[in-house]
Design a protein around this ligand. Sequence first.
Ligand SMILES: NC(=O)c1ccc[n+]([C@@H]2O[C@H](COP(=O)([O-])OP(=O)(O)OC[C@H]3O[C@@H](n4cnc5c(N)ncnc54)[C@H](OP(=O)(O)O)[C@@H]3O)[C@@H](O)[C@H]2O)c1
Length: 327
Amino acid sequence: MPSYLSIFLYILEYLYERFLRLLTGDLIIDEETDPSTVVGKVALVTGANSGLGKEVAIALAARGYKVILACRNLTLGKSVVQEIQQRTRALSSNLILKELDLANLSSVRTFASQVSTQYPKLTLLVNNAGVYFDSDERQVTKDGFEVHMGVNHLGHFLLTNLLLDNLKAAAPSRIVTVTSTNQLIADLQLDDLMLERVENFGFQNTIPYNNSKLANSLFTKELGKRLVGSGVTTYSVCPGLVATDVFRNFTPFRKFYTNLNILLVGLTAKQGAETILYCALDKNLSKETGQIYRFGKHFKSAMKKMDGQVGKSLWDISLQLVGLNKK
Ligand SMILES: NC(=O)c1ccc[n+]([C@@H]2O[C@H](COP(=O)([O-])OP(=O)(O)OC[C@H]3O[C@@H](n4cnc5c(N)ncnc54)[C@H](OP(=O)(O)O)[C@@H]3O)[C@@H](O)[C@H]2O)c1
């Protein structure tokens, strides 16, 4: 379990970096400015119907990308597609709404199979969707996985692996996975990934979420290694503390003081999306792979904690859990 000292240091470092970020102002992305280079390029964003995913989808559509919005709620998704169309004047053929439930591997397989057939070249995959509960009760996905590990890590693990050929076909291409600063206070035990044996979920019951977010960065690093030479590069991003709906499942008291924190040191969804877009688009990052970013730069303390051996073991376990070892 993370100690109170490590939790305190993690908060202190966040506040310091957030303060620096305030001083430096908006993040400038050094990207291709000729719109013709984007024509026909396909980007996929999971959880594109709200918060950070929606902001990323808006920014990509405004640049001329064909954006696949992978959402579990198609009714909400439809209204977001209309909103993006109005705000960006994107062609309707450039906004593709598709159903994806990351809490159900069969849905992930159906979705990936449709996308890989219909869009043989995929330039950008943004693994953004996520859930965050602060309950002391263990919840599971349709496949019986602990819900955070299942949705935030395993769903994206399977999706990414099933779309790798499409990403390679579009190289240079990128995979950006949204993680969290909370990975610094994870307690990932590979022999109990589904938290069946732990007695409590730690400070504010955050261990299940924190572990899934550490898994996002370990996955990104291991995938980056495996893709060296393929033209596909990987990035994991903590967006900062952002005013979105991700805290919707919190208890009323926790929601109250999280909102207070957001008011004091948080970011808007548009600001939070900046580092995701930086990793997706900045030309200077084309030679980097597997690293973690926050506030538009390397998230060094998280990178220092990355353990290649754990990443490799997590990869092997994840393959088995999603059934890819049977291929
Ligand atoms: N906000 C923050 O302060 C913060 C900080 C660090 C990291 N993050 C990460 O940022 C990412 C985006 O979250 P957000 O802050 O933008 O929150 P959000 O507005 O709640 O967005 C989360 C998205 O994930 C989707 N989603 C949840 N479960 C899903 C499932 N089973 N299948 C498919 N989609 C699913 C949600 O769809 P529905 O609308 O259908 O629920 C929603 O579109 C998450 O990975 C989160 O962990 C956020």
